[in-house]
Ligand binder design. Structure first.
Ligand code: FAD
Length: 609
């Protein structure tokens, strides 16, 4: 019989990215004993890849900025499908969370008068992103990790959670295995916070790290937690397109925030031709006006390269499809002709090195070639807007794995501050819940044994399939049939492909030992990846319109029927998934006025210099 070690915690946090670390800190502050599990090493979570910055209406660069403008921008960017209460909590608390990071040692870039500097990003009306060059995520993780370790987290590194454990409808822990040794671990916990990040790896072209296989969505759904808005996947407009080995790696929006412009093969700045009706009047109409904005003229409007990501990604795809793309199937992003070389190297050091090392291209001299890459998922585990509790007692979710804040499309920079605002809220609520669990609770040994046997099955199945081949098939078909542009026939075909892949994912074969066995890891990842892929496709089929990160060729426009509908993905008692259309929570009148304000001056009590 397989042995396993047992670890007991009040709160178990699954994930050591920004959300997981902030949740752990909050729970420890409440006196909870906290364990943190991560597939990789502490300090190496996907969050370290974040570049451009964290959005918070601090008003350091433009005093007119405040939570109300950030609230309005976030809802507008999200196609008004966001959970308004989450947006209110988020925009009001984000500045405090940034200042807190500074107190804990984060070294943000400074304004000339010594305050935290803030940069422009798409969809934000004012410069709002606190940043550390283009390495903001690294600094965020360094700071949170130092703080969490000082406070005494117990970290289980290189450990993958394979299943959540339940007792009488409550989550009471998790089963995992150490990737280095293959040994199993059982975590008994009064409350569990999921902070497992995104799902970009279900697509072929993605900016996401290897960890982002979408485990948390499936783990939650498998124990009965609802998911929300899974059709909304963000394809970032600017990923590297060349050379093929680095396709998808992100080119930060900070390049456009610092003045970079997009051009097609004819040298035309095509974004001027692609301003959607809802943004008419808010963006510069000529290159001359955009240039004045870059030089600091506050009467000039921002360039259309800073439209929201969904708009820019689709405009790039159109240029390429209509034959005006760059030689390798993207478009040109030019910062070289806009800013001096020293400035580019200072403000965008990682981009400079990324292109030099991976593409042999000097971005201070030549334009980059860029195209859309799967970047972020707006949908996720449905949570309470104040506590991040799911509908399953004992289970909380925060960060990219949680849904609701970003609606149909996330604004750049709104994730890093989401992690710290809602990571903290989740940690507080989970610790409070754990403190109330005074009665007996236990982990069901039979459940643990059954899951272990299931996890080891690929070693005892010599006729099974190669998990790497299955993974390749999943990613290629999701890219083709459920990617940036979707239509009914392809989505239906993908559902059939997924049904087939699901069966095959439970019939894989691996050999060798359990120590560092990537074949085994891939076999288990696949089981979770097909589950979440199915949720994405079901939700995408149900939304017969185009909005935000969900674009349908057969329904190219937004449809008022869907304007106030969230899609809930629910697991039925027979284990299958279903989509339920649910009306958005009604927004209070005073907030609706803010959300729909036409003139930003209405929202500002301070007027800029
Ligand atoms: P992650 O940082 O992804 O961490 C997830 C954690 O969960 C990891 O520790 C992982 O090992 C662990 N995990 C996952 N599954 C399991 C499992 N089964 N068992 C155990 N552990 C598990 N956003 C911004 O706001 N501003 C930016 O400038 C920005 N730049 C970005 C640049 C890039 C290249 C990318 C890809 C994204 C960027 N984003 C940015 C988005 C942002 O980085 C992410 O949304 C955010 O970091 C997610 O953080 P998280 O804490 O939710 O999860």
């Amino acid at each position: 019989m397989e042995s396993y070690t047992i670890h007991d915690y009040d709160v178990l946090v699954i994930g050591a990215g920004g959300a997981g670390l902030r949740a752990a800190i909050a729970a420890i502050e409440q006196g909870a004993k906290v364990g943190v599990v991560t597939k990789s090493l502490l300090g190496k979570a996907h969050t370290v890849m974040a570049e451009g910055g964290m959005a918070a209406a601090m008003g350091n660069v433009r005093p007119e900025d405040n939570w109300k403008v950030h609230f309005r921008d976030t809802l507008k960017g999200g196609g008004m499908l966001n959970n308004w209460k989450m947006v209110e909590n988020y925009t009001k608390e984000a500045p405090d969370r940034v200042r807190e990071l500074e107190q804990w040692g984060a070294v943000f870039d400074r304004t000339p008068d010594g305050r935290i500097n803030q940069r422009n990003f798409g969809g934000h009306s004012y410069p709002r992103l606190a940043h550390v060059g283009d390495r903001t995520g690294l600094e965020l993780i360094r700071t949170l990790q130092d703080h969490a370790v000082k406070m005494g987290i117990h970290a289980h590194m290189e450990t993958t959670i394979y299943r959540l454990l339940t007792d009488a409808g409550r989550v009471v822990g998790a089963l995992g295995f150490n990737r280095q040794t293959g040994d199993f671990l059982v975590f008994r916990a009064k409350a569990v916070v999921l902070a497992t990040g995104g799902l970009g790896r279900i697509y072929q072209v993605t900016s996401n790290s290897w960890e982002c296989t979408g485990d948390g969505f499936s783990l939650a759904s498998m124990v009965g937690a609802d998911l929300i808005d899974m059709e909304f996947i963000q394809f970032h407009p600017t990923g590297m397109v060349w050379p093929p080995s680095v396709m998808g790696i992100l080119v930060t929006e900070g390049v456009r925030g610092e003045g970079g412009v997009l051009k097609n093969s004819e040298g035309r700045r095509f974004m001027f031709d692609n301003v959607p009706e809802r943004y008419k009047g808010e963006f510069a109409e000529t290159e001359e006006e955009a240039e004045r904005w870059l030089q600091g003229d506050r009467n000039a409007r921002r360039p259309p390269e800073l439209l929201t990501r969904d708009v820019v990604a689709r405009a790039i795809r159109k240029e390429v499809n209509e034959g005006r793309g760059s030689p390798h199937g993207g478009v040109f992003l030019d910062i070289a002709s806009r800013r001096p070389a020293d400035y580019i190297k200072k403000k965008l050091p990682s981009m400079y090195h990324q292109f030099m090392k991976l593409g042999n291209l000097d971005i201070t001299k030549e334009p980059m070639e860029v195209g859309p890459t799967c970047h972020y998922v707006m949908g996720g585990v449905r949570v309470d807007p104040d506590t991040q509790a799911t509908n399953v007692p004992g289970l909380y979710a925060a960060g990219e794995v949680a849904g609701g804040l970003h609606g149909a499309n996330r604004l750049g920079g709104n994730s890093l501050s989401d992690l710290v605002v809602f990571g903290r809220r989740a940690g507080l609520a989970a610790a409070e819940y754990a403190a109330k669990q005074t009665g007996s609770y236990q982990v069901d040994e039979a459940q643990v044994r059954a899951y272990i046997a299931e996890a080891l099955q690929p070693f005892n199945n010599p006729q099974g399939e190669n998990p790497f081949a299955l993974m390749k098939e999943l990613r290629a078909t999701m890219q083709k049939n459920a990617g940036i542009m979707r239509e009914e026939s392809e989505l239906k075909a993908q559902l059939e492909i997924l049904a087939n892949l699901k069966k095959r994912a439970w019939n894989t074969s691996v050999s060798g030992s359990r120590a560092y066995n990537p074949g085994w890891h891939t076999a288990l990842d696949m089981r979770l990846m097909v589950e979440i892929s199915e949720a994405v496709v079901l939700a995408a089929l149900a939304r017969k319109e185009s909005r935000g990160g969900h674009a349908r060729l057969d329904y190219p426009d937004p449809d008022p029927t869907f304007a106030k509908i969230n899609h809930i993905i629910r697991r039925k008692s027979d284990g299958t998934l279903t989509v339920v259309a649910e009306p958005l929570p009604e927004m209070p009148e005073e907030l609706r006025k803010i959300a729909e304000a036409k003139d930003l001056k209405e929202l500002s009590d301070k007027v800029g210099a």
